[in-house]
Design a protein around this ligand. Structure first.
Ligand code: C2E
Ligand code: CA
Ligand code: CA
Length: 565
């Protein structure tokens, strides 16, 4: 029965009563009166009564029970009814003749709820029956609103309230908050179905409850999230404490991540604490080696910074807090600067410098990256145009494109329109993309790059060798340049073995691609990659990313050969 069913049935539907009475005349009288408002199930003694109860307990709203009957009397009936949990919520009114106090006490002890005395006063009976039914239905409703039927834990609202009550009643006691997040819930639901998922969740809840100390408050606060509040324990080893047994869970591969907030700050709302615990759990999603993450200062600071970033990104764009730096690329063949990569910088008025390594991933999550990339593209176009006006050497500028940019159907047209606004030859603009863009939506990326190339832009594959490089993307994408990720040079230096760098450059050459080696920092590294035969080098050894003035100065000095010294 759901809470809706209870509400519906409350609105006037006829309830069913079980009348257990051996005296036929009494029974008929009771039935005759009650029939107008109730469906009646009759039983001529306790045994028949128990049979009828077993058949119909889900519809029976109340039992009227005689005490003295042959075969199985009212006491025996109550005793046996009490043994079966399913009948717990069905109330009983005992009908006694003469009203013996001993009988009444015995019946109460056995779980009876009320009495009426023979001979019957029907008005009293009807009122008592109605009162008890109302009471029972309100209690059932409250139950449904309080407990989560799958796990037996509190539901979300009651859990939050219980935690607040607990802390109000025991203000001196520090509390810890634990969230359990079932990582692979969607696949479990798919594989086993909802009903079996509910069983798994119940097993999970039971296991966790067994692991946690007494006095724990538990709630189901989301379809796949359980939460627990426990008295704080000094130096608790959470990994150990929350190690779930292999019992019924692991064969089904239920993957649970825990997030813990120690010393709950009760000035925060419980949902807020719960979101902190969730964010801790989120940091270890997908990891096999760790199951528990405790919310600590580092995570807290990172969150504050992320919040600041999200809140101020819009205004930062308008207030020109983003500026574009240019990192020169050294052309190995001409010994001159052969291009530059546009790299965005954020100088925040209160936080100070924020690294792109921090804000780019956030923008990639919330989609803001596309607007920023368009801004950087425009700045790069402006810069090319300035260099032309200043009579500086014309070098192509490479601009990073995030994988999200490829969701813009008109990306090529937009980029071309901006370049044309500044009257820049498209050959002076390169687009850098990473393989992850390709992996997301291969056909879209292939088509977009094809159009970009038709418009005259060059395409560079960024960070090659950093992750899951696939030869498929090399073969399928219309590329001009391969950029070897700096981790390749780092590794080669560490192992004093450049063979992988060498084979990668050979591969690029076979495919007719130019090569840029990134992250070259030392003379030895530069010498080695030049020997191997790369075309361009981008790294601190030649130049760091430079602001506009520095970059223009660099170009000027490069033209006069000063940068060679
Ligand atoms: P990336 O595209 O791989 O850019 C190269 C990064 O390596 C830059 O970091 C650069 O400063 C750094 N670097 C260059 N030479 C060296 C070296 O010799 N040694 C070391 N240790 N590092 C070197 P940066 O500027 O912090 O940018 C980090 C990442 O942020 C970039 O990696 C890129 O993925 C992203 N990014 C930067 N600007 C933009 C942008 O405008 N749009 C998009 N979508 N992403 C951007
Ligand atoms: Ca890049
Ligand atoms: Ca790169």
């Amino acid at each position: 029965m759901t809470s809706d069913d209870v509400l519906l049935s409350k609105q006037g539907a006829k309830r069913t009563l079980l009348v257990v009475e051996d005296n036929e005349i009494n029974r008929m009288m009771l039935c005759a009166v009650l029939e107008q408002d109730f469906y009646i199930v009759e039983a001529e003694d306790g045994l028949v009564g128990l049979e009828k109860l077993a058949e119909r307990y889900q519809d029976i709203s109340l039992i009227l029970l005689d005490v003295y009957m042959p075969r199985c009397d009212g006491f025996e009936f109550l005793r046996r009814k009490g043994e079966d949990e399913r009948y717990n919520t069905v109330p009983v009114i005992v009908t006694t003749a003469g009203g013996s106090v001993e009988d009444e006490i015995r019946c109460l002890e056995l779980g009876a709820n009320d009495f009426v005395v023979k001979p019957y006063n029907f008005e009293i009976i009807e009122n008592r029956v109605n009162n008890l039914i109302r009471l029972r239905e309100s209690a059932m409703l409250v139950n449904m609103l309080t407990w989560d039927a799958d796990t037996g834990l509190y539901n979300k609202e009651f859990f939050y309230r219980a935690v607040v009550d607990e802390s109000a009643h025991n203000p001196g006691i520090e509390l810890d908050f634990v969230i359990a997040d079932v990582e692979n819930a969607p696949s479990l639901n798919d594989r086993y179905g909802e009903a079996h998922y509910a069983v798994l969740l119940r097993e999970l809840a039971d296991q966790i409850l067994r692991k946690l100390p007494k006095g724990v408050i538990g709630g189901r606060i989301g379809p796949d999230k359980l939460a627990f509040v426990v008295p704080h324990e000094q130096d608790c080893n959470w990994e150990e404490r929350l190690s779930l047994g292999p019992e019924n869970l692991s064969p089904q591969n239920v993957s649970v991540k825990f997030g813990v907030v120690e010393h709950m700050d009760m000035s925060l709302s419980v949902p807020k604490v719960s979101s902190l615990a969730s964010s801790a759990a989120a940091t270890i999603r997908g990891r096999y080696d760790v199951r528990v993450a405790v919310f600590d200062d580092e995570l807290h600071n990172r969150q504050l910074l992320e919040e600041t970033i999200r809140e101020s990104m819009e205004s930062a764009l308008g207030d020109l807090q983003f500026s574009v730096f240019y990192q020169p690329k050294h052309d190995v063949h001409t010994h001159r600067v052969g291009g530059a990569e546009a790299l965005v910088r954020w100088f925040h008025p209160t936080v100070g410098f924020i690294s792109p390594g921090l804000f780019i991933p956030i923008f990639e999550r919330n989609g803001f990256i596309t607007r920023l990339d368009m801004y950087v593209w425009e700045q790069a176009c402006k810069e090319v145009s300035r260099c032309q006006a200043l009579g500086l050497p014309e070098v192509p500028i490479s601009v990073n494109a995030s994988r999200l940019d490829f969701d813009l159907r008109d990306l090529p047209q937009r980029l071309a329109a901006i370049a044309d606004k500044y009257e820049i030859p498209h050959s002076l603009l390169h687009v850098e993309l990473t393989e992850t863009a390709y992996a997301d939506n291969p056909q879209r990326v292939v088509d977009t790059l094809g159009e970009l190339k038709k418009l005259g832009f060059s395409i560079e594959l960024d960070d090659f060798g950093s992750g899951y490089s696939s030869l498929v993307s090399l073969n399928t994408l219309p590329l001009d340049v391969m950029k070897l990720d700096m981790s390749m040079v780092r590794k080669a230096t560490e192992l004093n073995d450049f063979r992988i760098v060498e084979s990668t450059i050979n591969l690029a050459q076979v495919l007719g691609l130019q090569t840029v080696v990134e992250g070259v920092e030392t003379t030895q590294e530069a010498r080695r990659v030049i020997e191997i035969g790369c075309d361009y080098i981008q790294g601190y050894y030649y130049a760091k990313p430079l602001n506009r003035e520095e970059f223009e100065d660099y170009l000027r000095r490069d033209a006069t050969g000063e940068c060679d010294e």
